[in-house]
Design a protein around this ligand. Structure first.
Ligand code: SF4
Ligand code: SF4
Length: 201
Protein backbone atom coordinates (compact mmCIF):
# COMPACT_ATOMS: atom_id res chain seq x y z
CA UNK A 1 0.00 0.00 0.00
CA UNK A 2 1.40 3.40 -1.01
CA UNK A 3 1.56 6.17 1.58
CA UNK A 4 1.17 9.77 0.54
CA UNK A 5 3.95 12.04 1.74
CA UNK A 6 2.50 15.38 2.86
CA UNK A 7 4.72 18.30 1.91
CA UNK A 8 5.06 21.11 4.44
CA UNK A 9 3.04 24.14 3.40
CA UNK A 10 5.74 26.56 2.22
CA UNK A 11 3.39 29.50 2.77
CA UNK A 12 2.71 28.65 6.42
CA UNK A 13 4.95 31.45 7.72
CA UNK A 14 3.55 34.01 5.27
CA UNK A 15 -0.01 33.02 6.07
CA UNK A 16 0.60 33.28 9.80
CA UNK A 17 1.97 36.79 9.23
CA UNK A 18 -1.09 37.74 7.19
CA UNK A 19 -3.33 36.53 10.03
CA UNK A 20 -1.48 38.48 12.70
CA UNK A 21 -3.36 41.26 14.44
CA UNK A 22 -0.78 43.77 13.22
CA UNK A 23 -1.21 42.92 9.52
CA UNK A 24 -3.75 44.97 7.61
CA UNK A 25 -6.40 42.89 5.85
CA UNK A 26 -5.26 44.03 2.41
CA UNK A 27 -1.50 43.70 2.97
CA UNK A 28 -0.04 42.37 -0.28
CA UNK A 29 2.57 39.98 1.09
CA UNK A 30 1.49 37.16 -1.22
CA UNK A 31 1.55 39.56 -4.19
CA UNK A 32 5.20 40.59 -3.77
CA UNK A 33 6.82 40.49 -7.21
CA UNK A 34 10.34 41.05 -5.89
CA UNK A 35 10.59 44.39 -7.72
CA UNK A 36 13.08 45.73 -5.18
CA UNK A 37 11.46 49.16 -4.71
CA UNK A 38 11.52 48.63 -0.96
CA UNK A 39 15.24 47.89 -0.91
CA UNK A 40 16.13 50.77 -3.20
CA UNK A 41 14.52 53.27 -0.82
CA UNK A 42 15.35 51.59 2.52
CA UNK A 43 17.88 53.56 4.61
CA UNK A 44 18.74 50.47 6.65
CA UNK A 45 19.61 48.62 3.43
CA UNK A 46 21.86 51.50 2.40
CA UNK A 47 23.88 51.31 5.59
CA UNK A 48 23.85 47.59 6.43
CA UNK A 49 23.45 44.11 4.95
CA UNK A 50 19.73 44.23 5.62
CA UNK A 51 17.53 43.88 2.52
CA UNK A 52 13.71 44.09 2.84
CA UNK A 53 13.15 42.47 -0.58
CA UNK A 54 15.30 39.50 0.48
CA UNK A 55 13.53 39.30 3.84
CA UNK A 56 10.13 39.12 2.10
CA UNK A 57 11.51 36.45 -0.26
CA UNK A 58 12.65 34.32 2.69
CA UNK A 59 9.22 34.64 4.29
CA UNK A 60 7.52 33.55 1.06
CA UNK A 61 9.89 30.59 0.86
CA UNK A 62 8.93 29.58 4.41
CA UNK A 63 12.45 30.10 5.74
CA UNK A 64 11.85 29.99 9.53
CA UNK A 65 15.53 30.70 10.14
CA UNK A 66 14.75 34.34 9.40
CA UNK A 67 13.36 34.48 12.97
CA UNK A 68 16.80 33.72 14.33
CA UNK A 69 18.67 36.01 11.96
CA UNK A 70 20.05 39.21 13.49
CA UNK A 71 19.23 40.98 10.24
CA UNK A 72 15.55 41.44 11.19
CA UNK A 73 16.66 43.81 13.96
CA UNK A 74 18.24 46.31 11.53
CA UNK A 75 14.98 47.95 10.37
CA UNK A 76 14.03 51.08 12.30
CA UNK A 77 10.41 51.42 11.21
CA UNK A 78 10.65 54.48 8.96
CA UNK A 79 7.81 53.04 6.81
CA UNK A 80 9.40 54.14 3.51
CA UNK A 81 9.06 50.60 2.11
CA UNK A 82 5.43 50.60 3.20
CA UNK A 83 4.70 53.72 1.16
CA UNK A 84 6.52 52.76 -2.06
CA UNK A 85 5.47 49.11 -2.51
CA UNK A 86 3.36 48.85 -5.70
CA UNK A 87 1.31 45.91 -4.36
CA UNK A 88 0.57 47.33 -0.91
CA UNK A 89 2.99 45.02 0.84
CA UNK A 90 4.69 46.26 3.98
CA UNK A 91 8.13 44.89 4.82
CA UNK A 92 8.00 47.24 7.81
CA UNK A 93 4.94 45.53 9.29
CA UNK A 94 6.29 42.09 8.37
CA UNK A 95 9.47 42.85 10.29
CA UNK A 96 7.44 43.87 13.34
CA UNK A 97 5.55 40.57 13.24
CA UNK A 98 8.75 38.59 12.66
CA UNK A 99 10.25 40.24 15.73
CA UNK A 100 7.22 39.27 17.81
CA UNK A 101 7.59 35.71 16.58
CA UNK A 102 11.31 35.82 17.31
CA UNK A 103 10.60 36.89 20.89
CA UNK A 104 8.02 34.11 21.26
CA UNK A 105 10.53 31.68 19.75
CA UNK A 106 13.11 32.79 22.34
CA UNK A 107 15.79 34.01 19.93
CA UNK A 108 14.68 37.62 20.12
CA UNK A 109 14.49 37.88 23.92
CA UNK A 110 18.05 39.14 24.22
CA UNK A 111 17.37 41.88 21.65
CA UNK A 112 14.52 43.45 23.58
CA UNK A 113 15.52 42.78 27.20
CA UNK A 114 17.03 46.24 27.68
CA UNK A 115 13.76 47.88 26.53
CA UNK A 116 11.60 46.10 29.08
CA UNK A 117 10.98 49.33 31.01
CA UNK A 118 9.24 50.86 27.98
CA UNK A 119 6.73 48.02 28.00
CA UNK A 120 6.24 48.39 31.75
CA UNK A 121 5.45 52.05 31.19
CA UNK A 122 2.58 51.11 28.86
CA UNK A 123 1.27 48.66 31.42
CA UNK A 124 1.51 51.08 34.32
CA UNK A 125 0.57 54.41 32.72
CA UNK A 126 -1.02 53.42 29.41
CA UNK A 127 1.52 55.50 27.52
CA UNK A 128 5.14 55.06 26.47
CA UNK A 129 7.27 57.26 28.68
CA UNK A 130 11.02 57.35 28.95
CA UNK A 131 12.15 54.88 31.63
CA UNK A 132 14.41 56.12 34.42
CA UNK A 133 17.17 53.77 33.22
CA UNK A 134 17.70 56.06 30.22
CA UNK A 135 17.69 59.40 32.04
CA UNK A 136 21.47 59.60 32.42
CA UNK A 137 22.02 58.98 28.70
CA UNK A 138 19.43 61.56 27.70
CA UNK A 139 20.88 64.11 30.05
CA UNK A 140 24.28 63.52 28.51
CA UNK A 141 22.87 63.84 24.97
CA UNK A 142 20.46 66.77 25.43
CA UNK A 143 21.86 68.57 28.45
CA UNK A 144 20.13 70.55 31.19
CA UNK A 145 17.36 71.75 28.84
CA UNK A 146 16.00 68.23 28.71
CA UNK A 147 16.09 67.92 32.51
CA UNK A 148 14.31 71.25 32.85
CA UNK A 149 11.60 70.04 30.46
CA UNK A 150 11.24 66.78 32.35
CA UNK A 151 11.01 68.39 35.78
CA UNK A 152 8.59 71.13 34.72
CA UNK A 153 6.54 69.27 32.15
CA UNK A 154 3.19 69.84 33.85
CA UNK A 155 3.80 73.61 34.15
CA UNK A 156 4.98 73.86 30.55
CA UNK A 157 1.94 71.95 29.33
CA UNK A 158 -0.26 74.24 31.40
CA UNK A 159 1.33 77.33 29.81
CA UNK A 160 0.64 75.84 26.40
CA UNK A 161 -2.99 75.23 27.33
CA UNK A 162 -2.54 71.46 27.38
CA UNK A 163 -4.04 69.17 29.98
CA UNK A 164 -1.96 66.76 32.08
CA UNK A 165 -0.83 63.63 30.32
CA UNK A 166 -2.01 61.20 33.00
CA UNK A 167 -4.79 59.09 31.51
CA UNK A 168 -8.22 58.83 33.18
CA UNK A 169 -8.66 55.63 35.19
CA UNK A 170 -11.27 54.23 32.78
CA UNK A 171 -8.96 54.64 29.76
CA UNK A 172 -6.08 53.10 31.69
CA UNK A 173 -8.19 50.05 32.60
CA UNK A 174 -9.21 49.62 28.96
CA UNK A 175 -5.60 49.80 27.79
CA UNK A 176 -4.52 47.26 30.40
CA UNK A 177 -7.31 44.96 29.26
CA UNK A 178 -6.16 45.25 25.63
CA UNK A 179 -2.53 44.62 26.62
CA UNK A 180 -3.55 41.46 28.45
CA UNK A 181 -5.88 40.14 25.78
CA UNK A 182 -3.42 40.73 22.94
CA UNK A 183 -0.62 38.86 24.76
CA UNK A 184 1.49 41.99 25.34
CA UNK A 185 1.64 41.45 29.10
CA UNK A 186 2.47 37.78 28.74
CA UNK A 187 5.29 38.59 26.33
CA UNK A 188 6.58 41.23 28.72
CA UNK A 189 6.60 38.72 31.60
CA UNK A 190 8.58 36.33 29.45
CA UNK A 191 11.15 39.02 28.68
CA UNK A 192 11.34 39.81 32.41
CA UNK A 193 12.02 36.17 33.31
CA UNK A 194 14.73 36.03 30.63
CA UNK A 195 16.34 39.21 31.93
CA UNK A 196 16.26 38.03 35.55
CA UNK A 197 17.80 34.70 34.61
CA UNK A 198 20.50 36.43 32.56
CA UNK A 199 21.32 38.70 35.53
CA UNK A 200 21.80 35.76 37.88
CA UNK A 201 24.18 33.93 35.54
S1 SF4 B 1 8.45 46.85 -3.02
FE1 SF4 B 1 6.80 45.42 -2.50
S2 SF4 B 1 6.60 44.09 -4.31
FE2 SF4 B 1 8.56 45.14 -4.46
S3 SF4 B 1 10.03 43.70 -3.50
FE3 SF4 B 1 9.39 45.13 -1.93
S4 SF4 B 1 7.68 44.12 -0.90
FE4 SF4 B 1 7.97 43.08 -2.86
S1 SF4 C 1 10.68 50.53 7.62
FE1 SF4 C 1 12.50 49.28 7.84
S2 SF4 C 1 12.51 48.00 6.01
FE2 SF4 C 1 11.11 49.68 5.60
S3 SF4 C 1 12.35 51.24 4.58
FE3 SF4 C 1 12.37 51.73 6.77
S4 SF4 C 1 14.20 50.74 7.61
FE4 SF4 C 1 13.76 49.82 5.59
Amino acid sequence: MKTLKMEKNVLELAESINQDLKASKDMGLLKCGQCGMCTSTCPAARHSDYDPREMVKRVLEGDEEVLRDDIIWNCFYCYTCHSVCPVNNSPCLIIQILRQKSIDDGAGLEKVASFLAYGDSFLEFGIGSIPHDFFDNLLEDFGDGWLDLKLNLDDIRGELGLEGYVLPEKALCEIKDILEKTGFKERLDRIRRFKNEANTM
